[in-house]
Design a protein around this ligand. Structure first.
Ligand SMILES: Nc1ncnc2c1ncn2[C@@H]1O[C@H](COP(=O)(O)OP(=O)(O)OP(=O)(O)O)[C@@H](O)[C@H]1O
Length: 447
């Protein structure tokens, strides 16, 4: 078994890569900063070092120089973003064994590792067994993958920005994109993290009992109220209340909710006593709530109350660079839940994943992988265990899905040509929002 030092400050990404390498029988030690990595290199011997080019307290090249000065035979592989490839090439001239650009293809990672470990040593180095200490990040919640795409970076920048405040956040996004996961991440990064997080699906509450569900009731206050019941507001007191599908509340329930938020107190049905509540409110919707306001279906005053800050969770189409990371993560979960030890996906499956349009977003990806894991007997998930709609995607999905950045740039240029540079029409054609299109034009220097 070889021991790899993985130096990467993106905690969830490094956890993913660590788990992936461990499944391929390598021992992995994590480090999040340059200084810590130098210390680890001093204390132990590694067969390979994987280092991000950008670290919070320096860069991968300083680490490379440091390692080369200590032991020139340790191969160092640098991990880079697209824009940094030229720097990585320079690093190779300074002795890096290879570089690998994000997003990675798992096969590519394994190939680089294999090549690096096969490299003949220039000198005999003593092998000290490195103890596998629990990594710092094992204390962090493991149910969250932050992703490496530009869209994910913006998303988690916003989460980090708003989490420590007490602002109400309206989280929007297509179904299955991870709105509840984002709400939980905000709660866990806030000062309320030790207090309750109560999630309520407003779409699932019949309107007749919504008030009792939110505010509670006293025994005997209506037929069927056989006991006192605490409402969600009280249960979430001092913590966070997350209202999913908030657009489904009736007008009457909207008024009750607004009143509770304004007065910061609630009265259970059948009670004479008011209870003060201190909650942070997070809400989610997969419909256009502003449109509902314009149509008169959602109260404008409540909308503004809920929308002190808004976060849009990108669809899987908008974060294609994250796809493999999520696929690996869901495979790990499925392996654990189903007691399997499948190690990855066949190249054909990865290609299908990249071209499919994923209308059900992360939830669909997770379900597809769980089902495929159950059906797989070998080491790799093969095309045959995927649902049919994935292997025979619609022509439209094929033309609109992007497997690589170059491909995406080319499709954007073509779409603009087709509609005479009309950005609104191009965005529609590409299935992007106008904002996404503008961001991409900027990213590819197409403006
Ligand atoms: N960042 C993430 N890391 C890991 N898993 C995620 C992440 N985001 C979403 N998921 C997974 O994707 C699935 C869908 O997430 P979630 O239920 O939060 O979506 P949603 O947008 O709230 O869906 P809906 O609109 O249908 O309520 C869940 O299984 C969740 O665990």
């Amino acid at each position: 078994m070889s021991t790899i030092l993985l130096v990467e400050d993106d905690v969830s990404f490094s956890e993913m890569l660590k788990r992936f390498l461990e499944r391929h029988h390598h021992a992995v030690i994590l480090s999040y900063t340059l200084e810590d990595a130098k210390l680890k290199v001093k204390e132990s011997t590694f067969d390979l070092v994987f280092a991000d080019l950008r670290l919070p307290d320096g860069d991968g090249i300083s680490l490379l120089n440091h390692i080369k000065a200590k032991d020139a035979s340790i191969p160092v592989v640098l991990m880079t973003g697209y824009a940094e490839v030229s720097t990585a090439v320079k690093a190779m001239k300074e002795g890096a064994f290879d570089y690998i650009s994000k997003p990675f293809n798992p096969e590519e990672v394994l190939q680089v590792v294999k090549n690096a470990l096969q490299k003949p040593s220039t000198e005999d180095k003593p092998t000290i067994q490195t103890p596998l200490v629990p990594s710092e990040s094992s204390k962090l919640p493991t149910n969250l993958v932050k992703g490496i795409s530009g869209a994910s970076k913006v998303l988690y920048d916003h989460v980090n920005l708003v989490a420590p405040t007490d602002m109400s956040v309206l989280i929007s996004g297509e179904s299955g994109t991870g709105k509840e996961v984002v709400a939980k991440a905000i709660h866990l990064s806030s000062s309320r993290k030790q207090q309750p997080f109560i999630a309520v699906d407003c779409g699932a509450i019949p309107k007749e009992i919504a008030a009792s569900e939110f505010f509670g009731h006293k025994k005997g206050s209506f037929t069927g109220a056989i006991n006192d019941k605490k409402g969600h507001f009280e249960a979430a007191n001092h913590g966070t209340l997350f209202l999913d599908e908030v657009g489904n509340l009736t007008y009457e329930n909207q008024i009750q909710l607004l009143r509770a938020l304004q007065e910061r107190r609630i009265k259970p049905i059948g009670s004479n006593e008011e209870i003060e509540v201190d909650i942070r409110l997070l809400t989610a919707t997969n419909e256009d709530l502003l449109n509902a306001v314009e149509q008169g279906d959602f109260r404008e005053d409540l909308y503004h109350r809920l929308n002190e800050f808004s976060i849009k969770v990108p669809s899987l189409q908008e974060r294609r660079d994250d796809l493999i990371l999520y696929a690996e993560f869901f495979l790990d979960n499925a392996n654990q839940q189903l007691n399997k030890s499948i190690i990855g996906f066949s190249p054909e499956v990865l290609k299908i994943f990249q071209t499919y349009s994923w209308p059900g977003n992360l939830r669909e990806l997770s379900n597809v992988i769980k089902r495929a894991t159950l059906l797989t007997n070998g080491e790799l998930i093969q095309k045959e265990v995927l649902p049919q709609e994935l292997s025979a995607p619609s022509k439209e999905a094929m033309t609109r899905s992007f497997s690589t950045k170059d491909n995406e740039k080319e499709l954007i240029v073509k779409a603009l040509q087709e509609v005479n540079n009309n950005k609104t029409k191009a965005a529609q054609l590409l299935n992007f929002s106008r904002k996404t299109l503008y961001n991409k034009l900027k990213e590819y220097n197409l403006d």
